[in-house]
Design a protein around this ligand. Structure first.
Ligand SMILES: Cc1cc2nc3c(=O)[nH]c(=O)nc-3n(C[C@H](O)[C@H](O)[C@H](O)COP(=O)(O)OP(=O)(O)OC[C@H]3O[C@@H](n4cnc5c(N)ncnc54)[C@H](O)[C@@H]3O)c2cc1C
Length: 410
């Protein structure tokens, strides 16, 4: 059931989805057929300072000239992510389900749950009720259905982020030339230090003939500053590192959406008698600083919820105790395991210094390393001490390094 005119009509995301094997279990050859835009083989992480930026580039070796229309232009699909548009992708995926016997109701909003004798029995739509042995709530970040069932009380501002995205048109050739791509190869670029001290980051994703340019900003951090998100996005778009890529591009669309951003801490109880919660509604979305992952978690948790539902149907038992196997299966899958692996990283990414101070420090250090002004050069240790002077104390730096190490290294 979807409140939009068709699946995907109301969905918004940055633009890139990590390769996900889950749908291949349902639709053989899924990624060969799905309407994606580009197969991402090049990922750039840029730390932006005031006068310079420093980037790390990952590029999977490409055989795209051999298989330009194949599913993923590298020979290793697990290194590939896909850029896509939700209105095309979600609609096509739903059509596959309909072709296999699913009934799809669109322009149909669930107003609430039907709860009887302590068990969810269905949903309410415009005063009517539709009864079902099991409801799977995947109604997005705010999930009023999960809240109504008492599974969670809603997210706090420090647990969600606001994503703002602008879509720009360029020709396929212009995008290939500017990002050094061939055929259907894609590139993404993530930015740290481009949000004027607000916790968050920027991104550029390449689609076939468009670029998604946006920011993901922690809601509590924006609230504490007086810069409206769209203004921050305009400044990001006008910055020299982005403006050069957008030369002559035409703005097509602007959108904004909330996403969960607090990892395991916001994962609610995942089931009640007659109800399971999946996707963003269950808080399955995070960034580890390198990528934003949400769609692959939503699709995989949806599949696991359906499998748990089918097992409950076979046994005729939709009690909370029986449905608890959903959480057990999720715990064994990458969905809950990745959230657990990166739980410290997610906390670490709530430190203001990471977005305001360290990008400046990295830029100052790199500028000193590359500066040639006719004076004798110094070793990197001395330049490093100069770069952090007046920015962060040695004690704070060591504490941050320790926490960063615990978050990402061990
Ligand atoms: C700016 C931004 C950038 C992002 N970038 C990425 C990225 O690059 N990669 C990535 O993997 N993830 C990204 N995400 C996260 C990703 O979008 C989500 O994790 C994913 O969309 C979750 O899917 P979902 O189906 O659970 O929820 P949603 O996509 O929110 O879908 C919920 C659906 O439920 C419908 N609905 C809601 N309430 C009702 C109701 N009462 N009745 C009927 N229908 C209802 C909505 O219309 C919608 O179709 C990003 C998110 C944002 C906001």
């Amino acid at each position: 059931m979807e409140r939009g005119e068709y699946p995907g009509a109301k969905n918004m995301f940055g633009g890139m989805m990590a390769y996900c094997p889950a749908p291949e279990e349902l639709v053989p050859g899924f990624w060969d057929q799905a309407p994606w835009e580009r197969a991402v083989i090049k990922r750039v992480l840029s730390v932006a300072g005031e006068g310079s930026s420093t980037s790390l580039v990952f590029q999977a070796h490409s055989d795209s000239t051999l298989r330009p229309a194949g599913a993923g232009s590298t020979s290793d699909r697990t290194l590939t992510a896909f850029t896509l548009f939700r209105p095309f992708f979600d609609r096509w995926y739903a059509e596959q389900a309909v072709a296999r016997g699913v009934t799809l109701l669109t322009s149909c909003r669930a107003d609430g749950l039907v709860i009887r004798d302590g068990m969810v029995r269905g949903i309410r739509i415009s005063g009517d009720s539709v009864e079902a042995p099991l409801v799977i709530a995947c109604d997005g970040t705010l999930s009023f259905l999960a809240q109504e069932a008492g599974l969670h009380t809603g997210f706090r501002p420090d647990q969600v982020a606001l994503g703002v995205r602008a879509l720009y048109h360029l020709t396929e050739e212009e995008i290939n030339e500017r990002f050094g791509l061939l055929g259907r190869e894609g590139a993404t670029q993530e930015f740290l230090g481009c949000t004027e001290g607000i916790r968050g980051g920027g991104f550029i994703y390449t689609q076939t003939e468009t670029l998604s340019v946006g920011l993901v900003l922690h809601l509590d951090s924006i609230k504490s500053r007086s810069i409206p998100p769209y203004e921050l996005l305009e400044r990001f778009v006008a910055s020299s590192q982005v403006a050069s890529l957008l030369r002559g591009a035409r703005l097509m669309e602007y959108s904004a959406h909330l996403l969960p951003e607090a990892g395991m801490r916001v994962v609610p109880k995942l089931c009640a008698a007659g109800l399971l919660v999946a996707g963003d509604a269950a808080g399955f979305c995070y960034t580890n600083g390198l990528t934003q992952e949400g769609m692959n978690l939503a699709m995989t948790s949806g599949l696991i919820a359906a499998q748990a539902g089918a097992a409950a149907l076979a046994e005729g038992d939709f009690s909370a105790r029986k449905l608890a196997r959903y959480r057990e299966k999720l715990k064994k899958s990458f969905v809950l395991r990745d959230l657990a692996t990166f739980s410290r990283a997610i906390d670490f990414l709530h430190h203001d210094r990471l977005f305001a101070v360290y990008p400046r420090v990295v830029s100052a250090l790199m500028e000193d390393l590359y500066r040639s002004d006719g004076t004798p050069k110094e070793k990197i240790g001395k330049l490093g001490r100069r770069a952090i002077k007046d920015e962060v104390t040695m004690r704070q730096l060591l504490a941050d390094l320790f926490q960063g190490g615990r978050a990402f290294l061990w």
